[in-house]
Design a protein around this ligand. Structure first.
Ligand SMILES: [Zn+2]
Length: 59
């Protein structure tokens, strides 16, 4: 187990003007949703449709 890697997984990634949930990789315009996504994914090992629907569509 590597605690440093687990901590890194808590971080959302900023990509241009969007935020990416580091677990499932969905992209959001607002950091709040990326953090909700990240938190939910870590707890449930899957994302929530209620959160994903706020994600930015990838073309
Ligand atoms: Zn997610």
């Amino acid at each position: 187990m590597n605690d440093a890697n687990n901590l890194y997984l808590l971080l959302v990634i900023q990509d241009d003007d969007a935020w990416i949930g580091n677990v499932c990789g969905f992209k959001y315009n607002e950091r709040l949703w990326a953090e909700k996504c990240e938190d939910y994914c870590k707890r449930h090992q899957a994302c929530s449709f209620e959160i994903i629907k706020h994600a930015v569509k990838n073309h």
